[in-house]
Ligand binder design. Structure first.
Ligand SMILES: Cc1cc2nc3c(=O)[nH]c(=O)nc-3n(C[C@H](O)[C@H](O)[C@H](O)COP(=O)(O)O)c2cc1C
Length: 188
């Protein structure tokens, strides 16, 4: 059995996916794992949108890009994103066959933290099943977009927290992003 620490250390953000759908039973398992996340005051303030429709995933990406360009354009900090986005047929979801968007109920005490916990549960569970994922924060630009809210019938009190691309991938030569040594600020 693979240990949790191995899954944690081997999970990578995947930016190239195979053209192979994820079965519904697997998606159900990923959402089941997400819902077991801890949450402030046990409010469990998450909602999930599952998108398999390729045309809709493409449209989500296409509608995000103009917003992202505005942010990225001016700021030298985002230079590497500019480069990433310059590739032909760029999709913010890297052409993943499935996207799960975790939205948080804004009246909950710590909805952003809670939904991030749920997202990590989901991504680690996916990794344990050899399914790749990438948290695509770029999609947050659509949070107040009229088309998005109407198309997906987003309740007024929900905000996007964790848009996650998911899909099978070729399990080879995925670069390891080394972590810095943890900064232990104090150790009493
Ligand atoms: C809040 C958040 C937002 C992110 N947004 C994006 C994104 O929009 N596009 C992307 O390609 N990766 C995104 N990532 C993935 C990070 O770039 C990635 O986790 C980091 O570089 C470390 O690499 P690893 O996940 O492979 O360990 C995001 C990650 C987090 C936690």
């Amino acid at each position: 059995m693979v240990s949790l620490i191995d899954v944690i250390k081997s999970r990578r953000s995947i930016r190239k996916y195979l053209d192979k759908p994820i079965p519904k039973e697997i998606i159900d398992k990923l959402i089941e794992a997400a819902k077991w996340a801890p949450s402030g005051m046990n409010e469990q303030p998450w909602g999930f949108i599952v998108v398999h429709d390729r045309a809709l995933i493409k449209e989500l990406s296409g509608r995000s890009i103009p917003y992202i360009n505005k942010i990225v354009g001016k700021n030298p900090k985002f230079a590497r994103y500019k480069k990433r986005m310059a590739v032909k047929d760029f999709s913010i979801f890297y052409h993943a066959p499935c996207v799960i968007i975790i939205l948080g109920r804004k009246d909950a005490f710590s909805y952003q933290n809670d939904c991030a916990m749920a997202g990590q549960n989901l991504m680690l569970t996916a990794a344990s099943m050899n399914i790749g994922s990438c948290w695509v924060g770029m999609m947050n630009v659509l949070d107040k977009d009229e088309w998005f809210r109407k198309k997906f019938q987003i309740p007024e009190n929900y905000a996007i927290v964790a848009p996650i691309a998911l899909g099978y991938f070729e399990n080879k030569s995925i670069p390891v992003i080394e972590r810095r040594a943890p900064e232990i600020l104090r150790n009493f």
